[in-house]
Design a protein around this ligand. Structure first.
Ligand SMILES: [Zn+2]
Length: 163
């Protein structure tokens, strides 16, 4: 028998999708921190005009998620011209709510934040924090799997953006 100390389980597997993006995930007590690196030429949904229709088909509830942006645009407008990291944050929050409710909870509210600084980090790097902690590990794993697939589907709709 072997025991793995809890501390070494802080990191969930890293997602690496060649030509598209990678995610490293740090799961803390109350929050989860994700670093996304985009390898596509475009880092904004305005270069991925199919974003809206894919979401409409696969995850229409994401359009009613609250978004705090500089222009105060509702997310169904913001989504047409926003950074991919921010799009991924909203997709993940939506799937987290979905799986939380599916697991029997009466309500599900998750908050997130995406920031970037390409003077400090490599171009296309995003830092996403989500207020889902260790208690939600199970649903988080399900939600991130679905989010990775959906983002990939969106990015693959426009092959011209690949380096
Ligand atoms: Zn937002």
């Amino acid at each position: 028998m072997s025991l793995t100390p809890l501390k070494s389980r802080n990191y969930l597997p890293v997602y690496f999708i060649p030509n598209y993006f990678s995610l490293s995930v740090k799961n803390c007590k109350r929050n989860t921190f994700i670093t996304m690196r985009l390898f596509t030429e475009s880092i904004n949904t305005k270069k991925n005009p199919k974003t809206y229709s894919v979401l409409e088909q696969q995850l229409p509830s994401v359009f009613s998620s609250k978004c705090f942006n500089e222009q105060n645009l509702p997310f169904n407008e913001e989504v047409k011209n926003t950074e991919i990291g921010h799009l991924f944050e909203h997709i993940l929050l939506e799937y987290l709510c979905y799986y939380k409710l599916l697991s029997g909870s009466d309500e599900a509210i998750f908050n997130g934040n995406t920031n970037w600084n390409w003077e400090r980090d490599e171009f296309g790097t995003f830092h996403i924090s989500i207020d889902s902690g260790k208690d939600n590990n199970q649903i988080f794993s399900q939600a991130i799997e679905k989010s990775v697939s959906l983002l990939l589907e969106i990015l693959q709709k426009d092959p011209s953006v690949i380096n």
